[in-house]
Design a protein around this ligand. Structure first.
Ligand SMILES: [Zn+2]
Length: 334
């Protein structure tokens, strides 16, 4: 029987001797790894604490993963970016010419920044770097509105790359070439991140956003084919009161399990542990069983203790955590 890998994300506390108690609780819950957020703020101000937190994670026999949480707003994360304020030249530009509060994944200056972040993670002896939801600026406005016609990125770097690739200047309107360019750019970015991770002796995990948009990776096969991607996954979170969670999570789990098998990778599914209404905790079990049924053996939950300490908190975080623990214990004992 393939052993299961069980994780949970952890953030919000940077006092190592206090984090210790939470890590102990995470290990007691049956987890085999912890995904620590390592944000711009942590990178700038909390490196000694992060190093001790990774050390403590290892001391308890857990794998330590680090997540570039919200860095440049290019990765997922409910946190601010200081890069968008301090490195103005790295920002994305919209098709209307607005400078955006998001960094451009094509900019070499951003890639240099990420290399220093990767080096720090390697110094801390992290095991896995978790490249979470890489994307260009996403416009959430309703389809058909003026805002919905906007797209990014049209910065100088992207314009130069586009012209080199297609032999003409970048259009203002979204075209199939622009779509292809954005997709290729994200795949190139992922390749850069995962190659750099491997070069520093760590494993690379990639989490793809589970919806189709010109600002996300849509061709998952190409992403799975990148040799330095060790773990490929997605986070099919469900909404409060959403019916058919089994079908929703099962569909994405099948897609990930198939890709993982075809490309010799490990498939990972993220389980919603935030924003859960009281009384809907059992959907966690439904989701885990659906993913397990599709062949997933690496699960992680966002986040520790029902995300009790952030705006996304579950209505009854203790019940969410208790449910996750019972699911994890069942997975461990088969
Ligand atoms: Zn750009």
């Amino acid at each position: 029987m393939t052993p299961v890998k069980l994780g949970v994300s952890y953030y919000g506390n940077r006092i190592p001797w206090r984090v210790k108690d939470d890590l102990q609780a995470i290990r007691d819950a049956g987890c085999t790894y912890v995904v620590h957020t390592f944000s711009e703020e942590d990178f700038e101000f909390y490196q000694p604490a992060m190093e001790q937190i990774v050390e403590e994670t290892h001391r308890l026999g857990l794998e330590a993963w680090l997540d570039p949480w919200g860095i440049g707003q290019v990765f997922g994360g409910e946190t601010y970016s200081s890069l968008v304020m301090k490195q103005l030249h790295l920002r994305q530009m919209s098709s209307r010419g607005d400078l955006l509060p998001t960094i451009c994944p094509n900019h070499p200056g951003f890639r240099d920044y990420l290399l220093t972040w990767i080096e720090a993670a390697a110094r801390f002896k992290a095991d896995v770097l978790f490249w979470d939801e890489p994307h260009f600026q996403i416009y959430p406005e309703p389809e058909g509105s003026e805002e919905a016609k906007l797209w990014a990125c049209c910065c100088g770097e992207c314009r130069a790359r586009f012209e080199k690739r297609f032999g003409h200047s970048m259009p203002e309107r979204m075209t199939s070439e622009v779509r292809a360019f954005k997709e290729e750019s994200l795949l190139d970015f992922i390749r850069f991140l995962c190659d750099s991770t491997r070069a520093k002796g760590m494993q690379a995990a990639l989490c793809l956003l589970p919806f189709v948009n010109s600002s996300t990776v849509n061709d998952w096969t190409q992403a799975a084919a990148i040799p330095s991607v060790d773990i490929i996954g997605t986070d099919p979170y469900w909404k409060p009161h959403q019916p058919a969670v089994e079908k929703h999570v099962g569909r994405f789990s099948r897609r990930i399990a198939d890709l993982a098998k075809q490309h010799g990778k490990e498939g990972q599914i993220w389980i919603l542990n935030f924003n859960i209404p009281k009384g809907e905790e059992d959907k966690i079990r439904v989701a885990i069983e659906a993913a397990y049924g599709e062949g997933i053996r690496n699960f992680s939950a966002w986040s520790y203790f029902g995300a009790a300490y952030i705006c996304l908190r579950a209505e009854d975080p203790a019940a969410v955590w208790k449910t996750l623990i019972s699911c994890y214990q069942r997975l461990r004992t088969g």
